[in-house]
Design a protein around this ligand. Structure first.
Ligand code: GLN
Length: 241
């Protein structure tokens, strides 16, 4: 078995080292004897082909970087929409999450999004920064992370990735964070999302493997004692119930 991961714009969208999530996905496959290949698409490249891609990852960046990326990504709007509708796995963090929506409205301009999710984002006054803890319906482990965004994302009828137990989330008020749609995971949680949340990482890997290999059932367990200790430490520190 083999999984091919496409990392979109590692040169521009890599705030807080979002690319560590790529390494985490790769190693959690390799440790189970599954081949993993990572291909990068940067601003220097002329186009990408999604036909043999199993997981797409797009990280977060500043508004300036997001604008550059957005113009380039719109060239692939239809391909990315089809990829998602056909069940392709896609993980988008912060700025990448905002770009999946209809638009991102800034004070003086509006950035057109990929319209993959029926959501939109508007810039707010203060930035929403800090640790965050979520409870999701589809994995047992609480999801922990760090958020830092000026945008408020309104997800309409979409299912959130999780309920906020501590922190701000999509727009501070609804108590929802991120979106889960088909095999898309979109979230404001930056940095080591997968290293700190091994169950979430395995959820994405399992989705990609099931799509590619219809007979695939489940991943072999790994010794996640260190990862689980890190996760629990944050849960206990910010949310003890
Ligand atoms: N530019 C976006 C915002 O501030 C995303 C920033 C980020 O990726 N941290 O809302």
């Amino acid at each position: 078995m083999k999984i091919k991961i496409l990392h979109l714009y590692p040169d521009l969208l890599n705030l807080y080292g979002d690319k560590g999530n790529i390494e985490c996905m790769r190693m959690r496959l390799v440790w189970r004897g599954i081949d993993a290949e990572v291909v990068k698409y940067t601003c220097e490249d002329t186009g990408f082909d999604l036909s043999d891609i199993d997981i797409v990852f797009v990280g977060g960046g500043s508004d300036r970087e997001q604008k550059i990326v957005c113009h380039r990504l719109l060239e692939h709007k239809k391909d990315l929409q089809e990829y998602v509708e056909n069940g392709g796995a896609l993980v988008a963090v912060c700025g990448g999450y905002q770009l999946l929506g209809k638009y991102y409205k800034l004070e003086d301009e509006t950035i057109e999004g990929l319209d993959i999710l029926d959501i939109y984002t508007e810039q707010g006054k203060k930035r929403l920064i800090g640790n965050i803890v979520l409870k999701s319906d589809f994995i047992d482990q609480k999801i922990v992370g760090f958020e830092n965004h000026g945008g408020r994302t309104y997800i309409g009828k979409h299912m959130p990735l999780g309920k906020v137990l501590y922190g701000y989330g999509n727009e501070e008020k609804s108590g929802a964070e991120g979106v889960i749609y088909k095999n898309v995971i979109a979230t404001y949680l930056h940095g080591p999302l997968f290293p700190k949340n091994p169950q979430l990482c395995d959820y994405v890997l399992t989705a990609a493997l099931k799509k590619k290999y219809p007979d695939f059932t489940e991943l072999a367990p790994l010794d996640d004692s260190l990862e689980n200790t890190a996760n629990k430490y944050i849960v206990d520190r910010f949310k003890s119930d």
